[in-house]
Design a protein around this ligand. Structure first.
Ligand SMILES: NC(=O)c1ccc[n+]([C@@H]2O[C@H](COP(=O)([O-])OP(=O)(O)OC[C@H]3O[C@@H](n4cnc5c(N)ncnc54)[C@H](OP(=O)(O)O)[C@@H]3O)[C@@H](O)[C@H]2O)c1
Length: 243
């Protein structure tokens, strides 16, 4: 049995991970939330999964680093400082950051990179994401990752290139921008479309998640893969062998 600890266990994704892990019979699950004393819980696990909120990621990353326990982070919306904290923890223990655990989205990352390289800057890149009304951060971590992938292929700095929605007299679109647009409505689990629009034609790459279980299964797959890996910074591409 793999001893997995879930941080943020009473949230939407946390509950799905606990339910699926328990149902497989392959995992012994421990749980924590905002108020937990993490030290002993982390010490007694083989791997931890964080699906809480950004400040929760920082807390459990410090604990996992101190106890040299591998950590999978699915939480999104970290600030630059928080990401630096998480990366510091990865020097002590294997840490995998995945803004999206689904196999399909990770294939979308791969396809987006290929499309951006092939189409080049003649094609404007814009990203639209849709999520349920309760999601706290925007744009989604997945949309940001898509933007980072496109920026890298165009030798742009993501933070300089990103245009988060547009309003007012913003002027003509330049070649060096990547638009990101967030829709929040109803109970949408998660949808992402990357538009590459040229003159006279456009390509749209879309992924639609219809169940949170797909993320939960991916989180467990990543956690199982991460056990025994050396200290370092990993992502879902590593866990899925898509590198
Ligand atoms: N990687 C992926 O594939 C994927 C997929 C879906 C969602 N996500 C991300 O996963 C995170 C959780 O999503 P969700 O929909 O499950 O959110 P949620 O329903 O709001 O659940 C978050 C849980 O974390 C707890 N929490 C909040 N702050 C905490 C802290 N500082 N320390 C410990 N626990 C804390 C919350 O407790 P309270 O109820 O007490 O606030 C709640 O139980 C979000 O960042 C979301 O974007 C990732």
């Amino acid at each position: 049995m793999i001893r997995v600890h879930v941080h943020g266990a009473s949230g939407r994704l946390g509950q799905a991970i606990v339910r699926i892990a328990t149902a497989t019979g392959e995992y012994l699950v421990s749980k924590s939330g905002r108020e937990a004393d993490l030290s002993s819980l982390v010490d007694e696990c083989d791997v931890a999964i964080d699906v809480s909120q950004p400040e929760g990621s920082v807390t459990i990353a410090a604990c996992c680093a101190a106890h040299r326990k591998p950590l999978v982070i699915g939480t999104t919306g970290h600030s630059i400082d928080q990401l630096q904290n998480l990366r510091a923890g990865a020097a002590q223990t294997a840490t995998l950051l995945a803004p999206n655990f689904s196999v399909g989205v990770n294939l979308l990352f791969w396809l987006t990179e290929k499309a951006s390289v092939i189409l080049g800057t003649e094609f404007d890149a814009e990203i639209v994401e849709l999520h349920h009304r309760l999601k706290k951060d925007a744009p989604s971590g997945t949309a940001k990752r898509l933007g980072e992938i496109i920026a890298k292929t165009r030798a742009l700095e993501y933070e300089e290139a990103a245009r988060y929605g547009r309003g007012g007299l913003v002027g003509e679109r330049t070649r060096n921008e990547i638009g990101l647009h967030a829709i929040r409505a109803g109970d949408i689990v998660g949808e992402h479309t990357v538009y590459f629009a040229g003159t006279g034609e456009r390509i749209e790459l879309t992924h639609r998640a219809s169940s949170r279980d797909t993320f939960a299964k991916g989180a467990l797959r990543a956690a199982t893969w991460l056990i025994g890996k050396p200290a370092g910074w990993y992502d879902m591409m590593d866990a899925l062998g898509l590198r």
